[in-house]
Design a protein around this ligand. Structure first.
Ligand code: SF4
Ligand code: SF4
Length: 78
């Protein structure tokens, strides 16, 4: 499973991290803002809870055979 984080869109609400059944989403803080991060993407089951809960549309998941990883993108227009 590939987890794509649009961290520029993340408001830092923490809902995804709170409800991820695998507890792999964690909140990070760089002193200026709070944003979501992933600890172990290989444990992601692809349940889609985080995507549904995110009002900012800052997370996407994608099944991609032979690829495991996290990519941080700046969302178009942001
Ligand atoms: S639910 Fe969305 S906006 Fe809230 S912390 Fe997670 S990624 Fe960020
Ligand atoms: S898809 Fe499910 S297991 Fe994967 S990060 Fe989101 S909530 Fe966690």
């Amino acid at each position: 499973m590939q987890i794509i984080l649009y961290t520029y869109n993340c408001t830092g609400c923490g809902r995804c991290a709170k409800h991820c059944p695998k507890k792999i989403l964690k909140m990070a803080d760089n002193g200026m803002c709070r944003f979501v991060n992933v600890t172990d993407e290989n444990s992601c089951t692809g349940c889609g809870k985080c995507v549904k809960l995110c009002a900012a549309k800052a997370i996407r998941i994608r099944e991609e055979h032979g690829y495991y990883g996290i990519r941080h993108f700046k969302a178009p227009g942001s």
